[in-house]
Design a protein around this ligand. Structure first.
Ligand SMILES: [Zn+2]
Length: 171
């Protein structure tokens, strides 16, 4: 539990609150601070006769980072994934000479949009990024991994990743 000054929004520890009670700058009484930020981006999945499953953005991102390769849900484009030293994901589409760098902030924007719309169509995210196709694919792989959705949107092909044979020259 933390405490916040309702005026200047400074956040203080319990220890601070115990000894001070008030903000030292504003002299306002400190109130409990409910940090909902980390929960706000969770997506709840509810299937019949199943307990709710909450998918978390950061967990999905971590899962994405661990992926080696996939096949997009739309148009079945093969791609590979590597990680860069600064924490971004680099997407290597099979049929393109370009690589694409993806930051977590961009991933999160798509995630939040999806949370509202539940759309799996990359075109619905074209205002956010041209990489929505890959992001949505990774998200759905993650949703399936945590049992949040049944296999209907499935990327069964990505299990047979042996079909990506000649890719080892990726740098
Ligand atoms: Zn204050």
């Amino acid at each position: 539990m933390e405490f916040i000054c309702p005026k200047c929004k400074q956040i203080h520890s319990v220890m601070f609150q115990k000894t001070n009670k008030n903000c030292q700058d504003c002299e306002m009484k400190l109130i409990p601070f409910k940090n909902n930020n980390s929960n706000n981006d969770g997506i709840i999945f509810k299937q019949e006769n199943q307990p709710e499953i909450k998918a978390k953005c950061l967990d999905a991102w971590r899962y994405f980072k661990e992926l080696k390769e996939g096949i997009t849900m739309y148009q079945s484009k093969e791609f590979r994934i590597t990680n860069s030293f600064n924490g971004t994901i680099i997407i290597h589409p099979a049929l393109s000479k370009c690589d694409y760098t993806l930051k977590y902030s961009k991933f999160k924007e798509v995630w939040k949009e999806y949370k509202g719309t539940r759309s799996n169509h990359p075109g619905d995210y074209c205002d956010i990024t041209i990489l929505a196709s890959y992001i949505l694919t990774a998200m759905n792989m993650y949703f399936e991994k945590i049992g949040a959705q049944s296999t209907e949107i499935r990327l069964s092909k990505s299990k047979d990743s042996g079909i990506l044979p000649n890719w080892d020259d990726l740098k």
